[in-house]
Ligand binder design. Sequence first.
Ligand code: ZN
Ligand code: FE
Ligand code: FE
Ligand code: ZN
Length: 273
Amino acid sequence: MLDYHLPDYHIHTWHCGHAAGQMEEYLAAARQKGITEIGFADHIPMYWLLPEQRDPSLAMQEKELAFYLAEINRLQAKNQDLTLKVGLEVDFIPGREKELAHFLGKYTFDYLIGSVHYLNGWGFDQATQQAAYAGKDPVAVYHQYFGLLKEAALSGFFDIIAHPDLIKKFNYRLAEEPIPLYLETAKAFAQAGVCVEINTAGLRVPAGEIYPSLSFLKVCRQHGVPATVGSDAHQPDQVGYEFKEAVQHLRRAGYHEVALYSKRYQYSHNTGI
Ligand code: ZN
Ligand code: FE
Ligand code: FE
Ligand code: ZN
């Protein structure tokens, strides 16, 4: 069992078309690892495309969303020893705010996680779209990525910003860490009142490092940005993935608390770290 208490707020389900296992199996995995609070945050339907253009292997279908929400509530009633939260991982697509507001307005969530997975339609974190890195100016790509991340934070839609240096996923890095971009971004997070997400999935990809990097997380801490933690589990055994590392990361950056959410209200939780 754990000597610290961390909730896992970033868990996917089979509804998105690229995650494995039943929801019950994610609960069982959490229980086994001594994690008492988990939040599902599956990919929102690709609201910026027409329904027939949406790729069912990238996100939930619209008709699945209500079922997904009902399923979490049904499981919460049956599993009183765990606290289950209802979240979504939401792509931020500038210019599509109206469609997004319409979508989100239909349901109630505990929290919404905003993600930048697309730069002008380029799905830069998809293995199949990696070729597009070639020939691009890395400095320009980083500016574009962090610019969108700030915009996502300031959009007012989200409580948490996911994997906030995802652009490093395939080890696409600058000669030096872009501290000025971290500073601007952390300021935007603080101004917007969003949390930074510590996402251990970075340890499972070529980057080999938690999102965000320790220097970015330290800048967030200095600006008073609260943090949440997520494994980005796409299969049950990834629940709480490398949370020992997440604890070290929190500790090194000076965090002793993580944020929790209920119906979009934030409260803080002493982690015992
Ligand atoms: Zn996914
Ligand atoms: Fe993501
Ligand atoms: Fe995710
Ligand atoms: Zn993710």
